[in-house]
Design a protein around this ligand. Structure first.
Ligand code: TTP
Length: 413
């Protein structure tokens, strides 16, 4: 049995984090990425993997990283991001002839291994479904008394919290599914949808719904990355409530609760870290890290900087007098002294963002800024809630940024 992993999407909603790397290569705490984590989990569950990658730099980046990390997988190239159905078809075509059952998985999922195992050991065809508190944001799954799929409704506004949602993990018979994929027609949004082929197969036979309360996160929107980090932290720290120090902690630093200090990390004097926090970079001297601060390799939160529920990716720097709350700094971002993120509106309303041209309510009252890789801000820049700064862009000193700044541009008064 083989797995086909779909990793050729544009990841537009995650802009600007996906301007410098494809979504499946977004880093996770501990040095992995979404895709390497998933492939690691598939080891032992399947005999081989086909990864569907995009044509161009994004696909090349995926191949390069997987080669470097020693994964032996085969690749299939999707010429254009025409939809999940098209990606699945490209992947299925690339399978060895002998394969008759396929585990089809979206490459941007953060799931527990138990979920993958449950679907892989079910009788095909099958899909995994989990209860969701916000089912109207996903595909809602309806099953009949026999546990067979009866309906798949995309983002139904009337769904009730706790309803089952489609995880994007399927076990399908190779030949019949390939035929159904060949017959797909574009959906109203103009894409070939794998769910249309799922629905067609469910009309012919019992498509089993395998239910469970597994960890399942679809990392598609910027703020979901922070949630994904929290989930990975909990897994890695295994319920630990005390600091775990493998690196250096200078005298006078205070660590409280579950704080991980990685081997090459350093927490300098007079820094206060309130866990949960994950430090692979450098904190302090005189920094304050509040719960859910993630400092990846080479990153730094310096003197009088406060970080809370935020990610500093590889080499990102908040070196002096910064406040970074509910935000993500892409790799090698540099904040000028005094640059702050605002993460709460005066009216305490939930923060809205524009994703793929649509205004979306994030459902979060606390949400800061998202800066693409290599972006820089001048001194005393203020970033308002939900603002995004494109990769490689600069922001003029003293600016109050209320609107998104495109990639590779210079925002000035
Ligand atoms: P989506 O999250 O629906 O799409 P996307 O990754 O392009 O992101 P965005 O909508 O923000 O632009 O995709 C679900 C999965 O399917 C994801 O793992 C990427 C993969 N995919 C492909 O491989 N090819 C495609 O053409 C599309 C649309 C998605």
């Amino acid at each position: 049995r083989y797995a086909v992993v779909l990793a050729a999407g544009r990841g537009e909603r995650l802009w600007p984090l996906t301007s410098t790397r494809p979504k499946p290569l977004l880093p996770l705490p501990g040095g992995g990425t979404l895709l390497t984590r998933l492939l690691g989990q598939l080891g032992g569950i399947v005999d081989g993997v086909v990864v569907v990658v995009a044509k161009g730099w994004a696909g090349e980046a995926v191949k390069k990283l997987l080669d470097q990390r020693g994964f032996t997988v085969s690749y299939a190239v999707q010429e254009e991001p025409r939809g999940t159905g098209d990606a699945a078809r490209v992947g299925l075509r690339a399978l060895p002839r002998s394969v008759d059952e396929v585990l089809l998985v979206n490459g941007d999922l953060l799931v527990s291994r138990g979920l993958l195992e449950a679907v892989a050991s079910a009788e095909a065809p099958a899909l995994a479904a989990v209860p969701s508190e916000r089912p109207w944001e996903y595909g809602v799954v309806e099953a009949n008394h026999q546990g067979c799929l009866q309906g798949l409704r995309e983002k139904p506004v009337d769904a009730k919290p706790g309803s089952l949602v489609n995880t994007g993990v399927y076990l399908v018979p190779r030949q019949r599914f390939e035929e159904l994929l060949e017959d797909l027609k574009p959906s109203p949004r103009g894409e070939l949808e794998v769910t249309d082929a799922i629905a067609a197969l469910a009309a012919e036979t019992c498509f089993r719904v395998v239910e469970g309360r597994w960890l399942w996160m679809d990392v598609g929107r910027p703020w979901e990355l922070i949630d994904a980090y929290k989930a990975v932290f909990m897994e890695k720290m295994e319920g630990r409530s005390e600091p775990l120090v493998e690196g250096e902690v200078e005298p006078g630093a205070v660590l409280r609760g579950p704080v991980y200090v990685a081997p090459d990390a350093v927490v300098r004097g007079h820094t206060v870290v309130e866990g949960p926090a994950w430090i692979e970079g450098e904190a302090g001297p005189l920094a304050r890290l509040r719960p859910w601060s993630f400092l990846l390799e080479g990153s730094r939160a310096g003197a009088h900087t406060e970080v809370k529920a935020s990610i500093l990716m590889e080499g990102a720097k908040a070196p002096h007098l910064n406040y970074v709350g509910d935000s993500v700094l892409g790799e090698q971002v540099n904040l000028g002294a005094g640059t702050v993120t605002a993460n709460l509106r005066f009216d305490h309303a939930t923060v809205k963002m524009t994703l793929k041209g649509r205004r979306v309510d994030t459902g979060r009252k606390k949400l800061g800024a998202f800066l693409g890789g290599y972006a820089q801000t001048g001194v005393n820049v203020s970033l308002l809630p939900g603002v995004r700064i494109g990769a490689y862009s600069w922001v003029y000193p003293g600016l109050v940024v209320a609107r998104d700044v495109p990639d590779c541009s210079f925002a000035r008064p």
